[in-house]
Write a protein that binds this ligand. Structure first.
Ligand SMILES: NC(=O)c1ccc[n+]([C@@H]2O[C@H](COP(=O)([O-])OP(=O)(O)OC[C@H]3O[C@@H](n4cnc5c(N)ncnc54)[C@H](O)[C@@H]3O)[C@@H](O)[C@H]2O)c1
Length: 442
């Protein structure tokens, strides 16, 4: 198959590279010349484990190329995937569809024969029909179908998720479009991965419903964690006991500093907005958004408490600022709420993150970036584990505590335990939904 991928971000680039690895001929297009220049040099503009090798292999095999020239890339394509951003529109929470619609218009102008235009971006119900209308207006003569193919990959594990998905969802209006998509995903068909073929609206809805459900699960356990702290229960034990119930499952039951990232915050907001527009308010999702904001604020209060009531003049080391490990993505990361509160409160903040600096430098003004956690905690009053990178999972806690002015730790990912902390010489240790350690108070 000849595939064109519009957008070479976290989804478009991974999808394009993986499709080429399936054996298809793929041309990836981006309007950002700097990104395309990098890709043409063999450099990957984002951090995603394994992507550089897979990309190099397929470029070398002559199945994968990159360009800014959308017209040339669409010429002769059997399927054109739109994988551009759909960020939250300023002011109203709605998904900003301007990038999708602009891409659709450009694609319409460039079509040279029948093609299926596949929206991979996460878009509100009804968008694919709008894409069809917009394209037909630009090119009433063009022969094409639209299809919805939402993406479920997780950053940090994107290649594996794309190659071994729980399911592929395809929304179509015609048999012809279904056949093109079946051919594209044939390698997965052959390996028995479930393919859900449905109508456009259901496919669009599946993506929002799935993300909102996962965000709800995380938020549920975060709220239970706050209650655990009050009643003396341990949320880790509670999650385990709940998760072993096959009806519940153990995924997305890890209490933490609130969900962030490029998808859950914007997709929950967009779904809430869609509900309001159709006079069917999604009250559970609206509550999840509110509670998640409160969870992030609760983290600031935890840190303030560990700083004896004020950040002013304190030195605080933050370990991890990306929204999760194994990505450089900072979009809506909890660090963007927590760190400015510390800086604004008068703290000197040092930050360590294996991949976050490139994006984070502009987003977190007033912090000092360091490469080494042990250097970052030198004479510090508090160390905060905000993202559970592997690098922070097996720290020498004794060494860490020794270097600090006051050995206080906030473990917002529950990596360590009060026992570990005490043994290492920490006098205060707070975590999420479990009893902490406060030797000062004993
Ligand atoms: N990031 C994820 O983990 C993830 C997972 C599933 C679904 N999604 C969805 O996939 C979509 C893309 O997300 P992303 O994280 O890859 O976004 P991104 O911001 O990383 O990438 C979007 C890319 O599209 C390019 N672009 C925009 N308009 C263009 C145009 N007209 N022509 C060519 N290129 C254009 C931009 O320059 C950018 O490189 C979103 O709708 C998102 O919700 C993302």
């Amino acid at each position: 198959m000849r595939i064109t991928m519009i957008g070479t971000g976290y989804v478009g680039l991974v999808s394009g590279v993986c499709f080429s690895d399936f054996g298809h001929d793929v041309i990836c297009v981006d309007k950002d010349p700097a990104k395309i220049e990098k890709l043409n040099r063999g450099a990957v503009p984002i951090f995603e484990p394994g992507l550089d090798q897979l990309m190099a292999r397929n470029v070398e095999a002559g199945r994968l190329s990159f360009t800014t020239d959308l017209k040339a890339a669409v010429d002769g394509a059997e399927a054109v995937f739109i994988a551009v951003g759909t960020p939250t529109r300023r002011g109203d929470g709605h998904a900003d569809l301007s990038y999708v619609m602009a891409a659709a218009e450009d694609v319409a102008g460039a079509l040279t024969g029948y093609a299926v235009i596949v929206t991979k971006s996460t878009v509100p119900v009804g968008t694919n029909r709008k894409v069809k209308q917009v394209m037909a207006k630009v090119r009433p003569d063009a022969e094409f179908d639209v299809a919805s193919n939402p993406e479920f990959l997780r950053e940090g594990a994107a290649i594996d998720d794309f190659m071994k998905p729980d399911r592929v969802v395809i929304g179509v209006q015609t048999e012809r479009a279904a056949e093109v998509l079946a051919e594209i995903y044939r390698p997965l068909f052959l390996r028995d991965f479930p393919i859900v073929t449905t109508d456009l609206e259901s496919a669009e809805m599946i993506k929002y419903a799935a993300n909102a459900f996962l965000a709800t699960k995380i938020t549920f356990i975060n709220e239970i964690a706050a209650l655990c702290e009050r009643v003396g229960a341990d949320v880790k034990e509670v999650s385990k006991g709940m998760g072993l119930d096959g009806r519940i499952g153990n995924k997305f039951l890890h209490a933490g500093p609130g969900y962030g990232g490029s998808c859950f915050p914007k997709d929950t907001q967009a779904l809430a907005r869609i509900g309001q527009e159709h006079a069917v308010p999604q009250s559970i999702v609206e509550t999840v958004i509110r509670v998640n904001d409160a969870v992030k604020t609760r983290m600031i209060e935890k840190l303030r408490d560990l700083c004896d009531g004020s950040f002013n003049g304190k030195t605080i080391a933050i370990l991890g600022v990306t929204f999760k490990p194994n990505t450089d993505d900072m979009r809506d990361a909890p660090s963007l709420t927590v760190v400015p509160a510390l800086v604004g409160g008068g703290a000197k903040v040092r930050v360590v993150d294996p991949q976050g600096r490139r994006e984070g430098e502009a987003l977190l003004p007033g912090v000092v970036w360091q490469d080494d956690p042990y250097k970052a905690v030198q004479n510090a009053d508090l160390v905060v584990i905000l993202t559970e990178w592997n690098e922070f999972r097996a720290l020498d806690l004794k060494k860490l505590a020794k270097k600090m002015a006051s050995p206080h730790m906030a473990d917002l990912r529950n990596i360590y335990s009060p026992r570990d902390a005490k043994r290492a010489g920490f006098v205060r240790y707070d975590c999420i939904g479990r009893p902490g350690l406060s030797l000062n108070a004993v």
